[in-house]
Design a protein around this ligand. Sequence first.
Ligand code: UDP
Length: 334
Amino acid sequence: MKLLVVGGAGYIGSHTVRQLRRAGHEAVVFDNLSSGHAQAVPDGVTLVRGDLLNPADIRAALDAHQPDAVIHFAALIEVGESMRAPGRYYRNNVTGSLNLLQAIVDTRKIPLVFSSTAAVYGTTDAVPIPENAAMQPESVYGETKLMTERMIHAFHVAHGLPYTILRYFNVCGAAPEGDIGEAHPNKTHLIELACLTALGQREKMMVFGTDYPTPDGSCIRDYVHVQDLADAHVLAVEALHAAHARGQAGQATYNVGLGHGFSVLEVLDAVDRVTGTPLHREVAPRRAGDPPRLVADATRIVRDLGFTPQFTDLDEIVRTAWNWHRTHPDGFRR
Ligand code: UDP
């Protein structure tokens, strides 16, 4: 199969390109490189520099490369920034996705796999969270993802667009080979920050709240390894494409997580074990908008697609992240 990977130069996109090729597929990357890295695109993979906000760019890429399916990662992803710059987020994430959808149905009506997020649920009482939980995003970021999910469904109903939506929980880790990994311009994620702190780039780790109603008082999250998440995309696009070849316009939405969580303090303990140096920690007030516990009910993707995460051991997950950051302290700049 030939895939157009929109946002394929980013963190999750680049790992997905690698897993697609390992599964025998061909990938073409479409990326505006606003936060992605050309160095994350492997030799032999075409990188089309284009922007979803220019409809002509995406139409030209679909025409030129004639893909069998599209995987769409391209988005701005920072919750805090989305609250300060909502216009940028709605324009980039919603209008950009709309341009992509319109281009797909106008040209080839091929299957689409979309990157969504557990942020569409907002604070929920459900633990673990099933896909049919109430959706009340608490950030503009989550709102843009939910709006895009709804647009995709409307295009499915109106135009027969086949789709699979994957709602990621806490994506982390790096390729075990240590050559690609997380390199966002602004660092906010727990494991990445802890690794950079262990490298001496920051003085200490702030623990945002130890007074939550959890066993050790810190927040619990479901940490899914980026390579397992990449494999989930391969499974999703293969299933969608097979159904499409049988004349079916499939539609499905899946959580992607391990189905169990680790607390902030457990993650920091793992980082201490892996790096061999205890981090300087400081308890700080709760971070606004952090629910105490976010854990996926991942039974649907296991049942339907045979998703089998390989990285279930926290130390192993952290070791891959540490290996990447240790060897690339400035990300793709070295
Ligand atoms: N966190 C923390 N200190 C940090 C960064 C994150 O205590 O420097 C906590 C954060 O409050 C949350 C968890 O770690 O409870 C995971 O946060 P992250 O930003 O990695 O992902 P999120 O759950 O927001 O998607």
